[in-house]
Design a protein around this ligand. Structure first.
Ligand code: NAI
Length: 331
């Protein structure tokens, strides 16, 4: 039986994790979940929000499913999510985005993938107060990380029958940092003559994404733009409740939804477990359990298409538990 680390997170994390574990179990796949807690409560009890045992568990099992973990805003500990990606060198953040039948949005035929660099940029956490009225954050872009993420994006395009990779930057303003990112993407693009290569400025991209999102295929972005743009693309196809994600490195992979811990609906049995479930589907494909992945994804797609039992974020009235049971019924 496969052992997989499960970080069940906080906020809505435990509710959606319980739902996903139940669905996988009912689909007939036995997994030995190595449950690891992280976050604010753990910081209080163990002195760190991300103790070594969590990192060691993922290093040992190679694969983790992760529910969201709250990060204090403007103060307190550094993001567990950012730290985890850094410690495990999970350099590629993959966020596919496609329309779902039954989920009405202003756009049709959206089928794009956000490939976000996951280890540097303004997320390097190099910040200080220069004096009491001036703050400074340093944006780090390296050749190594930029070439690595560009190569990942092109390989992904080749392996997934995609036609185009578009590099996103603000290199007109940040000529050195974003300029280096673009230079690396251009260089890597030469290795992949069968994939079209394009470049776009991030502000223009945002405007075009909310007018003609069907024009885009694979987008490769530095960390911060990738974070923001992937929430935008999640909104194009039904919102955060449906947006899957994966953090991939050379040695390990952590699958997690795009959304956060949604403290506004915590503990109310209202959260949509689909984004975590779809992240788990990607995880199952990654570990070679394609049949179970397809079975679970089809049950979810059927539930969405029928649109009888949907959670509130999708315009319905169902609780997390009712929605989960409907997916199980559709397995
Ligand atoms: P959020 O994604 O938690 O919530 C934004 C809005 O979307 C809220 O109205 C929420 O109710 C709704 N929402 C999100 N997921 C949902 C779901 N599955 N079902 C139904 N509604 C859902 O973003 P927010 O409020 O900015 O962040 C809350 C906390 O989460 C912060 O501490 C943030 O740092 C953390 N966070 C953690 C992430 C992670 O663990 N990877 C990623 C993003 C944020």
């Amino acid at each position: 039986m496969k052992t997989i680390t499960l970080i069940n997170g906080d906020g809505i994390g435990p509710e959606i994790s319980e739902a996903v574990v139940k669905i996988i179990d009912k689909a007939g796949l036995e997994i030995n979940w190595d449950i690891q807690t992280a976050g604010a409560d753990v910081a209080e009890a163990e002195g760190s929000p991300l103790p070594d045992r969590v990192i060691n568990s993922i290093k040992k099992n190679k694969i983790a499913l992760k529910a969201p973990v709250t990060t204090p805003i403007g103060k307190g500990f550094r993001s567990v999510n950012v730290q985890l990606r850094k410690d495990l060198e999970l350099y590629a953040n993959l966020r596919p985005c496609k329309n779902f039948e039954g989920i009405k949005t202003p756009f049709q035929n959206v089928d794009l993938v956000v490939v976000r660099e996951n280890t540097e940029d303004l997320y390097a956490g190099i910040e200080r107060m220069v004096d009491k009225d001036t703050a400074e954050s340093i944006k780090i872009i390296t050749r190594k990380a930029s070439e690595r993420i560009a190569d990942f994006a092109f390989k992904y395009a080749v392996n997934n029958n995609r036609n185009e990779v578009c590099a996103v930057s603000k290199a007109n303003i940040m000529k050195f940092s974003d300029g280096l990112f673009l230079e690396c993407c251009r260089k890597i693009s030469e290795k992949y003559p069968n994939i079209q290569y394009k470049e776009i400025l991030v502000d223009n991209l945002c405007m075009q994404l909310v007018q003609k999102p069907e024009k885009f295929d694979v987008l490769v972005l530095p960390n911060l733009y990738g974070d923001i743009v992937s929430d935008l693309t999640a909104g194009l196809t039904g919102g955060l409740g449906l947006a899957r994600g994966a953090n991939i490195g050379e040695n390990c992979a952590v699958f997690e939804p795009v959304h956060g811990s949604a403290p506004d609906i915590k503990g109310q049995n209202k959260a949509n477990p689909s984004a975590l479930l779809l992240s788990a589907v990607e995880m199952l494909k990654y570990i070679g359990e394609k049949d179970y992945a397809d079975k679970i994804e089809l049950a979810l797609l059927k539930t969405l298409k029928e649109s009888k039992i949907l959670t509130a974020d999708l315009g319905g009235f169902a609780s997390t538990s009712d929605f989960t049971n409907e997916i199980i019924k559709n397995l």
